[in-house]
Design a protein around this ligand. Structure first.
Ligand code: HEC
Ligand code: HEC
Length: 163
């Protein structure tokens, strides 16, 4: 699944860096319930948005981000290692913008947004058939349905379920 993503990485990363300022300004007036603050850290966007979208920091707790950032060499079956300086900056950004621990169910530290009760409740209307659609591939592939996920936007107006 990563191959398909990688082809578009250089353009994607450049666009994100160029547009970051515009996006945060343009979306400042949105009033969605589940509005995500625009992703503002360029290093995070570049390093953590190459294989998948740079997930909104507030969807995991600080403890979860800390655990994830300390094991990037074994990152969900991938090697996402960073130099120490970058890891420190990104880790600090994620923890500063992290959400509350309610995202970690039953005391167990959750490293996947898609395993939180919040995510499962929010997506309970998505059918098993849709989750198995090869165009979706994985629940972690937010951008398959959230057309503005790359901009940190998850409004229900920007959802297109692949057929
Ligand atoms: C080399 C590719 C690669 C890079 C770089 C990468 N990841 Fe990932 N990441 C993955 C893969 C593969 C998965 C599992 C995706 C799946 O299950 O479909 C994943 C999953 C995740 C998940 C869990 C998604 C879910 O299921 O809720 C989070 C959170 C995450 N990554 C954060 C990060 C952060 C933070 C960084 C930057 C420090 C990063 N990733 C960099 C490949 C990468
Ligand atoms: C298979 C398609 C699909 C995938 C993949 C998917 N979502 Fe969703 N998402 C939906 C649907 C459908 C809803 C429900 C919208 C509604 O309530 O009308 C939703 C709702 C949401 C909402 C609440 C939006 C609102 O305004 O109420 C957020 C936030 C969200 N998803 C984030 C994510 C994140 C983050 C990921 C990836 C880790 C993801 N989604 C992956 C389809 C998807």
């Amino acid at each position: 699944m990563l191959l398909a993503y990688r082809k578009s990485v250089p353009m994607f990363a450049t666009a994100v860096l160029l547009m970051g300022g515009l996006i945060s300004a343009a979306h400042a007036g949105d009033d969605d319930d589940e509005r995500m603050p625009a992703v503002k850290n360029a290093l995070f966007q570049a390093e953590c948005g190459s294989c998948h979208v740079a997930y909104p920091a507030r969807l995991l707790s600080a403890a979860s981000w800390r655990a994830m950032m300390s094991g990037l060499d074994k990152h969900f079956g991938s090697d996402a290692s960073l130099d120490a300086e970058s890891a420190r900056e990104i880790g600090a950004y994620l923890e500063k913008n992290a959400g509350r621990d309610r995202y970690a169910a039953s005391g167990k530290l959750i490293l996947r947004i898609t395993e939180t009760r919040w995510f499962q409740r929010e997506h309970d209307e998505v059918s098993a058939r849709t989750w198995k659609n090869p165009k979706v591939k994985s629940a972690a592939n937010c951008a398959a349905c959230h057309t503005q996920a790359v901009n940190g936007k998850y409004s229900e107006h920007d959802i297109r379920i692949p057929r």
